[in-house]
Unconditional design. Structure first.
Length: 346
């Protein structure tokens, strides 16, 4: 595990105090701007827009007052949600920062770029971040909080990486298409890694021991989607998968059966999913820029779509939504229009 810098208390409250003095990079330029967009719906309201990236925002991660974004402008940025400003950034020579995951407990950002896996303690200079080169097509990144391992996909396989020794620990095999998304699930005191792939399938891997060897799936969820899977999310009792076929499926993992589906869920491919745990909602976002909220209880096979769909709106006009995250009754949508929008769930 990456250690706390000498002299640091390691508490989240101390994260921002040292950021500006730790680097010679140009001063921050980004800001979080309050807005009052009329959504014509009483369930959701856009309250602010995050501005500063020069190109598409591909990934967002939020914990406490810290938000992390990764972009195709080759930067990873840290934002203070209380001060509504960018406080730190890391600029990389690789093509793009594709995925970011922030560990609030460790104050560490894990990032997947086009060419490497990185770990950066945001209390230190970004030039000191750890890096491991990647040779295959990287797509998905997962860090189960308090785990000794981080998981990332390269091509048709998934690697488990020991973050303490910073070495490869194990490999997950079994897909015939690129693995695009990952999820971590605990059921009956056993831990699993769930994968979603462009081969149209979700697969389940036993990860109770952290995956320290080569491993094949324990199960495959059937029937598959009609096109590649772009997003999966665990919703407490069910797994949801979103696909290029514009469909969202609901799975019961204990029985490993499909329990519901919306066909189509959007008018374009489903690219991101998030679970609004405080409301029992599923949030989905699409390449066409739309955002929809679904009632999990009514998300059943052959259900009336009007019963399952709570609301729909154009979150980002004429731009795809690449990622969506839920935190403290707020949704964060990362988009190709270079912004992240913050939505209040009512």
């Amino acid at each position: 595990r990456i250690g706390t810098p000498t002299g640091s208390t390691g508490t989240p409250e101390n994260v921002f105090e040292r950021l500006h003095s730790q680097t010679d990079d140009p001063p921050p330029e980004g800001a979080i701007v309050s807005v009052d967009e009329k959504c014509h719906d009483d369930k959701i309201q856009c309250i602010s827009v995050v501005k500063g990236h020069a190109h598409s925002v591909l990934s967002v991660s939020v914990h406490g007052k810290v938000m992390v974004t990764g972009s195709s402008d080759k930067t990873l940025r840290i934002w203070d949600l209380e001060q509504n400003t960018e406080v730190q950034r890391a600029a990389f020579t690789e093509d793009q920062v594709k995925k970011v995951v922030f560990s609030n407990k460790e104050s560490v950002v894990y990032a997947l770029t086009s060419q490497s896996l990185k770990a950066w303690d945001i209390r230190t200079d970004p030039k000191t971040c750890r890096s491991a080169p990647l040779t295959e097509f990287p797509s998905a990144l997962l860090y189960p909080e308090d785990s000794d391992f981080i998981y990332y996909s390269t091509g048709i396989s998934v690697r488990s990486w020991n973050i303490g020794s910073w070495t490869l620990a194990g490999v997950l095999h079994g897909h015939s298409g690129h693995v695009m998304c990952l999820e971590h699930v605990t059921l009956d005191k056993k831990k699993y890694i769930i994968t979603g792939s462009r081969d149209h399938f979700c697969k389940i891997y036993d990860a109770t021991d952290g995956i320290v060897s080569s491993r094949v799936p324990a199960a495959t969820l059937n029937p598959p989607h009609f096109d590649g899977i772009e997003a999966i999310v665990w919703a407490g009792e069910h797994l949801y998968s979103g696909s290029r076929d514009m469909t969202i499926k609901k799975w019961h993992l204990k029985s490993r059966k499909e329990k519901g589906a919306q066909r189509p869920a959007h008018k374009d491919r489903v690219q991101a999913l998030s679970y609004v745990s405080s409301r029992g909602y599923l949030a989905s976002a699409s390449r066409d820029g739309t955002l929809r909220l679904w009632d999990e209880e009514n998300f059943i096979t052959k259900s009336d779509k009007s019963k399952a769909l709570i609301c729909e709106l154009t979150a980002h006009r004429d731009a795809p939504v690449y990622d969506i995250k839920y935190h403290n009754d707020l949704l964060f949508t990362a988009s190709g229009d270079t912004t992240v929008k913050v939505w209040s769930i009512k």
